[in-house]
Every structure is written in structure tokens, then in C-alpha cells.
Design a protein around this ligand. Structure first.
Ligand SMILES: C=C(O[C@@H]1C=C(C(=O)O)C=C[C@H]1O)C(=O)O
Length: 414
């Protein structure tokens, strides 16, 4: 659906108490989410949608959004990033196959610190009354969920990883990220709000998202731009947690010293810093990563920050497009890694591992990487996980790592 009438948009402040549990507000029809630690945005209903694909997917979406935003009539009494007109988006990893979309909801509820707001969007004319907000009835849990291998079983996937390690050893490339999928089947169509609620409470340090069936809790922020400041959280280098805190601390220390993981991490940081540099007047790229502790895994992490000089002409989505695919989800060098993924991975990534997030009318926004994610299609859910493969990678350890990365979505379905 697209709209020819200019959109009428009104944002009014909200008592933060009414936005205390954002995901609990979501109705069953067309829910959208981007939340972390109780803050963020949820939306529902559809005012306008763009679906696109191919190499121009990011530029098509950016152009469509700029035109829609320029024509909209906006009354915004809040003035925060994420108030006023906002779209949610999710992009295909590859130009082909894979669909990309932007959605402008009918209602958006946002929360940032102690400020909360509600935005209503219609096809003119004013005035638009804000809806009365109340927690929705609790969604039903998926029933009788069974898990099966996706495009490859574990054994076959290890063979593919071994092939990649051999090619890296031969000097064909330095790093490639290889992914696999699982298929969950439930007795009835899955209500995505069930796993969303579970993920938002179990992984508060991640960004819990949902756009058009693709949901998850990602720890990786590809790019956030707010008022001229750009940040990116780069992850690469992973270790599984054992559940024993003392042992996990020792493992975290080992991860921070592991030359295999530090090397893999360095590639990922470089790819982000190089792509952001042309847009920044100054940048801060920390020399050493920190260890990000998640309930299932620990990652080497680096927060890259910069001051952008082209916010008036370049949107956060264009920055995401410039960064995609970073070495965290593609590899190094990027073209060789992409070619190898297409040759040996044997998986249609769809929108997994690609930018997902939101953007406002100024082009500010947050685009995470759709990791630790699943795609709901009726009563089935495809779950995805991938691992960065370098010269020292061991196929069995990578399979175990992929299993650990599947845990959040797996658990959220039961
Ligand atoms: C590709 C995924 O994760 C990426 C790969 C990582 C790694 O190999 O160490 C770590 C974080 C992510 O950048 C995934 O979760 O599916």
C-alpha cells in the first residue's frame, strides 16, 4: 500500500506510566517493535508501505521516505529523535533474492528516559485524536513446537565451514561469515508478540525488534544517528557461556586475549570505521574491544562514534546502506566473502543479518543487524545464526557457537 494523500501526523506527550511496558501495548494486527531496556518505539497499523528489492533497495526506500516525509503535515509537541513521523524498516541481506520494506504505522508509542509520547498518523485532515492506550490481552504461547534442520544439517554445515577454512588457509580471503537455519513448526499460527515479550524481558541489553514477520533480539547496532552524532556497536569474536560465573569470567579474559577472535574483531571494526569515515568530521575508534556479556554468549565489542558532517543530505538509512554488509555479517574482503557465501552457504538469508530498525523525518534513526532472529510464516518460524570463520576456526566449535546463538529465539518460542 502507498498513499497519495499527504500524511497528517500528530505527536503528543504521554504519561511515562502509560508506556511502561511498550511491547505489552501491541495489538495482534500489524505490530512493529524496536525496544531496549524499556525504551524505544512500538507501532501498529499501516498508513503507508514500500516494498522493494534488488541493488537499489536502500536508495529506493530512502527516496520514497524523503518524499513522503517532505509532504507530511506534522504537529510534534515532543521533538525527540523518534517523535513525529517515523517509519520502521527491514532490508534483504542480498540484492536477490529477498524483499525489503518500510512501514509507516497508524500509531506509534515511544519512550526515552522519562519522556514518553504517542504519535497518530492518518491520511489527513487534522485533527487526529490519540488512541486510549491499554495493555493488550496476553498473546497465546505457540503450542507443540518441534524443531528441524533447515537448509542443512549440522554435519553438512561443518563440512561447509571446513571448506571455508581451507580456502582462507589458501589465501583466497581473510574472513567469511557462514550462517545456518532451523525450522520450528507449531500446531497453530505463531503470534509474534509471544516471542517478542519473552525476548524483551530475557535480553534487555539487546534491541528487540519486529518488522513484517522478522523478529529477534540483536546485540549489534549497525548504525545509530541522532542529532549529528553517529555510533555503531561492532561485535565479532564469540564465546559460549557455561552458566558458572567464575568460569565465565575466566573465559571472558581468555576471549579478550584470543588472537583468533581479536583478528576477526579487527576486520569487523575496520570495515565499519572505513565506511563511516567519509561521512564524519571526527571519529573515535577504540583500540581495544570490551567483552559484552549476554545470557547465552559473550562477544568482543567495540563502540565506534563519530560526528557526521552530512546529516542534512545523508540519512541514517544511507549510512546503513554504506556499511552493509559489514565484516560482522559478510567477511573480508567484502566482495570475496559475498561470493563465497553465495557459492557455499546454501541458505536464503532473506532479511536475516541485514539492517532492521527505524528512521524519523530528519533521517535520524537506528539500524541494527537482524541477528538472533526468526521469520514467522504462519505456523512455522525459520531461525537463523551465523559465525565468523577465519584461518583458525574449528568447524565443531563453530557449530556449537551457532547453537548458542539460536538459543534466544528457540527459548522464546516455548
Ligand atoms: C552472524 C551472527 O553474529 C555475528 C558473528 C559473530 C561472531 O562470529 O563472533 C558475533 C556477532 C555477530 O556480529 C549471528 O548471530 O547470526
Amino acid at each position: 500500500m502507498t498513499t497519495d494523500l499527504p500524511l497528517a501526523v500528530r505527536t503528543v506527550p504521554l504519561d511515562p506510566e502509560d508506556a511502561a511496558a511498550l511491547v505489552d501495548l501491541l495489538p495482534a494486527e500489524h505490530p512493529l517493535a524496536w525496544v531496549r531496556r524499556g525504551e524505544g518505539l512500538v507501532g501498529w497499523g499501516v498508513s503507508a508501505t514500500l516494498r522493494t528489492r534488488g541493488v537499489t533497495r536502500f536508495s529506493d526506500a530512502d527516496k520514497w521516505w524523503a518524499e513522503l516525509a517532505a509532504r507530511a503535515v506534522v504537529e510534534d509537541a515532543v521533538g525527540e529523535p523518534g517523535s513525529g513521523l517515523v517509519c520502521f524498516g527491514s532490508f534483504g541481506f542480498d540484492a536477490d533474492p529477498g524483499e525489503s520494506l518500510l512501514v509507516v504505522p497508524r500509531v506509534i508509542v515511544g519512550r526515552r528516559g522519562e519522556r514518553a509520547w504517542v504519535t497518530t498518523i492518518t491520511e489527513g485532515p487534522f485533527p487526529v485524536d490519540p488512541p486510549v492506550l491499554a495493555p493488550a490481552a496476553a498473546p497465546d504461547a505457540p503450542r507443540d513446537v518441534v524443531f528441524a534442520d533447515g537448509s542443512r544439517n549440522g554435519e553438512d554445515w561443518m563440512t561447509v565451514v571446513a571448506d571455508a577454512v581451507a580456502r582462507i588457509g589458501r589465501g583466497d580471503l581473510e574472513k567469511v561469515v557462514l550462517a545456518r537455519d532451523l525450522v520450528a513448526t507449531a500446531a497453530e499460527p505463531v503470534d509474534v508478540r509471544w516471542p517478542l515479550r519473552r525476548l524483551a524481558s530475557a535480553y534487555p541489553m539487546c534491541w528487540t525488534f519486529h518488522v513484517d514477520g522478522l523478529f529477534g533480539a540483536t546485540p549489534e547496532m549497525l548504525v545509530r544517528r541522532e542529532r549529528g552524532l553517529v555510533t555503531s556497536r561492532v561485535l565479532a569474536g564469540t564465546i559460549r557461556r557455561t552458566g558458572d560465573d567464575t568460569r565465565d569470567l575466566a573465559l571472558a579474559a581468555a576471549l579478550a586475549r584470543s588472537s583468533k577472535d581479536l583478528e576477526e574483531h579487527e576486520y569487523a571494526v575496520r570495515s565499519v570505521a572505513d565506511a563511516l569515515e567519509p561521512h564524519c568530521s571526527s571519529m573515535n575508534v577504540p583500540e581495544t574491544p570490551f567483552v559484552l556479556h549476554l545470557p547465552n554468549v559473550m562477544h568482543l565489542a567495540t563502540d565506534v562514534a563519530g560526528v557526521v558532517h552530512d546529516a542534512a543530505t545523508v540519512s541514517s538509512l544511507q549510512l546503513a546502506a554504506a556499511l552493509h554488509p559489514s565484516a560482522a555479517v559478510g567477511g573480508t574482503p567484502t566482495p570475496d566473502a559475498q561470493a563465497l557465501i553465495a557459492e557455499i552457504e546454501g541458505l536464503d538469508r532473506g532479511r536475516y543479518a541485514a539492517p532492521v530498525g527505524w528512521m524519523d523525518a530528519d533521517g535520524d534513526g537506528e539500524w541494527g543487524l537482524a541477528l538472533r532472529s526468526g521469520l514467522v510464516e504462519g505456523s512455522t518460524v525459520r531461525l537463523f545464526a551465523g559465525c565468523g570463520i577465519v584461518a583458525d576456526s574449528d568447524p565443531e566449535a563453530e557449530l556449537a557457537e551457532s547453537q548458542a546463538k539460536l538459543v534466544p529465539v528457540r527459548d522464546a518460542l516455548t
